[in-house]
Design a binder for this molecule. Structure first.
Ligand SMILES: *[C@@H]1O[C@H](CO)[C@@H](O)[C@H](O)[C@H]1NC(C)=O
Ligand SMILES: *[C@@H]1O[C@H](CO)[C@@H](O)[C@H](O)[C@H]1NC(C)=O
Ligand SMILES: *[C@@H]1O[C@H](CO)[C@@H](O)[C@H](O)[C@H]1NC(C)=O
Length: 541
């Protein structure tokens, strides 16, 4: 999962980097592996800083000061395809046919066909395993086809139309053309979110514009009139204003329901649905099912305890519905990263206890109902159930706001191989046994969908593939799933992560090593030297 951001200030002499960094920190929950900013300064020069690490580690006053220019693009990354290699930190850059900077959230599913096309037809070198670099080169290739020395908005819309017809999968993208402006587009199903907002300048003479994965960024940075980029729509923003165009034939909006379950911040609104309200509704409907299942099993519950943080909202509503006490039994150490996002099964186990502490006084001699947003691998749940028992819980019942996850996500969320999913090949009784709980209660899929959909009834579909195995874009074959699972297996990942440790420690020493040292021929995604301007002879009209 990733976060993307584009910002264009009306006044080109004001540097934009500090505000982009601020915005990226609000998207940090979408990816903590790497981050980067590229700005565009006078004469269309790009300046970049990107590296493995969190926003607060990579950006400081001096790196921000070197990022010159009044427009820029930022990215926070958790890798889904490709690796942990920091050469794959985004945004990416190509210098042909124009200086283009690109940041992507999502995952393509016809990567191998696209790679072949790049190699054999377009003769563009792809330097990393990242499908974001691939997507950028497809975009560049389509721009090149317009054959113009100076490009205009029509050409850009045509080029994005070409990208959308070639690329299958999930992609919410923000791009920047040197000396021209910023661009956003979203795949025809709108699987991943991206929206836009504006802000009047202090003197009221013009407007600043922002693109971001989530509306929380716009709120916090003083932007208003948030609007989602529509599925299959492209938006171009220059200092002359905003142009929007539907570049693909109409398709069904089908946002990934997991954004609401887990990923997005509760204070964001995606496709007109408040994530917070949807989580409240998930708690309400789950309460009804919990009540029924408890009765069937002759069980009673003394207290409802959320697994922090995501499930708090739902757990509170659930407790209220059942007229049960809600207690914060687990206290979180705020200074440890989210476990879902840590590579390697071993690390994940240890991390739960680093991250949470169970307060005996809320568990001792009680039947506790633990509420979690979802159960993925089950390793975290198992540890949490054990922690509850260790401090004296009599019975531990686990309720999940999402149905059992049995299929991999191919649209940008890290849910690797089916075999790693605790619900794979297990029924609910077997899942309870696997995580050591006395009982598990899963939300039904229709209930989950309704929790979100009732907040915007014009959304007719959601991507629920992790629960059903039905992939909204089609074209996801068993062969492709196996390929993805191979790419993402924990062992692979751990190994790659260890390989880049040396580079990571550079970051700690204040030398973000963010350039792709091995850049290919001129048309490839050359890494820019950090904060070093790159001549760009092309100018906008
Ligand atoms: C991308 O995907 C579609 C459908 O899966 C396929 O027909 C097409 O040839 C692919 N590749 C390119 C380069 O367009
Ligand atoms: C609700 O969803 C539809 C798409 O089906 C979208 O066009 C509309 O803008 C959304 N409503 C809000 C308030 O965003
Ligand atoms: C629940 O209790 C009732 C009556 O005491 C009994 O008939 C039933 O078998 C019990 N069900 C379970 C699942 O234990």
């Amino acid at each position: 999962m990733c976060g993307i951001l584009g910002l264009l200030l009306h006044d080109p002499t004001v540097n934009v980097a500090a505000e982009i960094a601020e915005g990226l920190s609000l998207l940090q929950h979408r990816g903590q592996d790497a981050c980067g900013i590229i700005t565009c300064g006078p004469k269309g020069r790009f300046y970049q800083c990107k590296a493995n690490g969190m926003v607060r580690d990579i950006f400081d006053d001096s790196s921000i000061a070197r990022l010159i220019g009044g427009m820029g693009v930022g990215h926070v990354r958790y890798p889904t395809a490709g690796s942990f290699n920091n050469a794959e930190a985004q945004p990416f850059y190509v210098n042909s046919p124009y200086g283009i900077v690109f940041a992507h959230n999502g995952n393509l599913i016809n990567t191998s066909s696209l790679m072949q096309f790049m190699d054999q037809v377009s003769h563009r070198h792809i330097n990393t395993a990242s499908d974001s670099e691939l997507l950028l080169n497809i975009f560049a290739d389509n721009l090149q086809k317009t054959g113009k020395f100076r490009i205009n908005e029509e050409d850009i819309f045509t080029a994005i139309g070409g990208v959308v017809s070639q690329c299958k999968g999930a992609y919410a993208c923000v791009a920047m053309l040197a000396g021209f402006g910023i661009i956003a587009f979203r795949d025809p199903n709108g699987i991943r979110p991206v929206g836009m907002a504006s802000r009047k300048t202090a003197n009221g003479e013009g407007s600043d514009y922002i693109f971001a994965s989530e509306s929380v960024v716009a709120d916090a940075c003083g932007f208003t009139d948030w609007e989602d980029v529509k599925p299959g729509e492209a938006v171009i923003i220059t200092r002359n204003g905003v142009s929007r165009r539907q570049v693909s034939s109409p398709s069904t909006l089908a946002p990934d329901i997991f954004e609401y379950v887990y990923f997005a911040r509760p204070d964001s609104v995606i496709d007109g649905v408040s994530v917070y309200r949807s989580r409240m509704a998930m708690g309400d409907v789950l309460a009804e099912k919990v009540k029924r299942v408890l009765a069937e099993n002759n069980l009673t519950v003394d207290v409802v305890i959320p697994v922090p943080d995501t499930s708090r909202v739902a757990a509170l509503n659930l407790a209220q519905r059942l007229a049960l006490p809600y207690r914060e039994g687990f206290i979180k150490n705020r200074y440890v990263g989210r476990t879902f996002i840590m590579p390697g099964q071993q690390m994940r186990k240890k991390n739960v206890r680093r991250k949470l502490n169970a307060m005996a006084l809320e568990f001792a001699d009680k039947n506790v109902l633990l509420v979690d947003d979802s159960i993925v691998r089950g390793t975290t749940s198992k540890e949490i159930v054990q922690m509850a028992k260790d401090v004296g819980a009599k019975k531990v019942i686990v309720a999940s706001c999402a149905p059992p996850i049995r299929y991999p996500n191919v649209y940008g969320i890290d849910m690797p191989s089916r075999k790693e999913l605790v619900a794979y090949g297990r029924n609910e009784v077997e899942i309870a046994k696997a995580i050591g709980a006395d009982l598990v209660v899963f939300q039904s899929l229709p209930d989950l969908v309704e929790s979100v959909r009732h907040l915007n009834t014009s959304i007719n579909a959601f991507d629920c593939s992790v629960f059903t195995g039905d992939y909204i874009t089609g074209g996801v074959t068993e062969e492709y799933l196996q390929h993805v699972e191979g790419l993402r297996s924990d062992n692979n990942r751990l190994k790659l992560n260890l390989d880049t440790n040396v580079l990571q420690s550079d970051v700690v020493n204040g030398y973000p090593n963010g350039h792709a040292a091995e850049s290919g021929p001129p048309s490839s995604t050359a890494g820019l030297d950090d904060s070093v301007g790159l001549h760009n002879t092309w100018k906008s009209n």
